[in-house]
Design a binder for this molecule. Structure first.
Ligand code: MN
Length: 265
């Protein structure tokens, strides 16, 4: 863990002892109806979440209830590991089972872009926006998550959530200047979004394409997608707990994202 993460954990331990910590769930419910990513038809597709009962206190298992479930690794609220992208393919600690566990507890900085996104679904977060945020809230410390709050998780309609038209997806995300700044100048642990990808919907047309996936994962950093409840977090001071499932050589997994926030005394 980075020194800033350790400091926040120490503070949180004090707040825990005083029973002043709130636990906030940033996770969407995993169900068949939650939208999955859709790639252009020339590529293979990720399977949506499916669940089939094995037994439900019935003849197949009189005293117990359980299901078989299946889904793509990148389904629902989920974690992107560095090996998800070709730029991170050789990262020796870049798979879900090999990531150093201390990197899975980290502070979060939350940048509120709800007003901009309401006006423009293709809104791009830039380096200048991040510098303006730092003037108000202080530096984005090394090892922090940068979470982009857009209000996108409130779109319960699957069509509006994906926001497709004939030119592709229209969802907000960071531009190249923001990603470079976060990776190189602030050394964040990763980037989190409320949308299906960490990149903007139109990022296939950026140069380089998908800069958040390409640069973050190439530098051993993570992604979180389909987050919800970001409006419940302070701009700074939340501690995120983000362990993916320990899938052998996994590229990511659905997960429960919890934030610890110190409540006012
Ligand atoms: Mn993903």
């Amino acid at each position: 863990m980075t020194p800033s993460g350790q400091d926040l954990l120490d503070r949180m331990a004090g707040a825990l002892a005083r029973r002043r910590v709130r636990v906030i769930d940033l996770t969407q419910t995993l169900s068949h109806s939650f939208p999955s990513i859709v790639l252009p038809p020339e590529f293979d597709q990720s399977a949506p979440f499916r669940s089939e009962p094995i037994s439900r206190y019935d003849a197949d298992g009189p005293d117990w209830y359980w299901n078989n479930f299946s889904c793509g690794e990148h389904t629902g609220t989920h974690f992107d590991a560095p090996i998800h992208w070709i730029t991170g393919r050789d990262d020796p600690r870049g798979a879900t089972d090999s990531i150093e566990p201390s990197r899975l507890i980290a502070p979060a900085c939350v940048v509120d872009c709800e007003a901009e996104t309401a006006k423009d679904a293709d809104f791009l977060l830039t380096r200048d926006h991040l510098l303006a945020w730092e003037r108000d809230h202080g530096r984005i410390e090394k090892g922090s998550w940068l979470l982009m709050r857009t209000g996108w998780s409130k779109r319960s309609d699957a069509t509006l959530y994906q926001n497709f038209d004939e030119t592709g997806l229209h969802t907000p995300g960071p531009d190249l200047s923001a990603v470079r700044f976060l990776v190189d100048e602030r050394q964040v642990i990763g980037f989190g979004s409320e949308t299906i990808g960490t990149d903007a919907g139109q990022a296939a047309h950026f140069s380089p394409p998908y800069p958040c996936h390409s640069l973050m994962h190439g530098a051993g950093r993570f992604g979180l997608q389909c987050l919800t409840g970001l409006e419940l977090l302070p701009p700074k001071g939340a501690l995120l707990i983000t362990p993916p499932l320990k899938i052998l050589r996994g590229s990511g997994s659905p997960l429960r994202v919890l934030a610890l926030v110190e409540a006012a005394d």
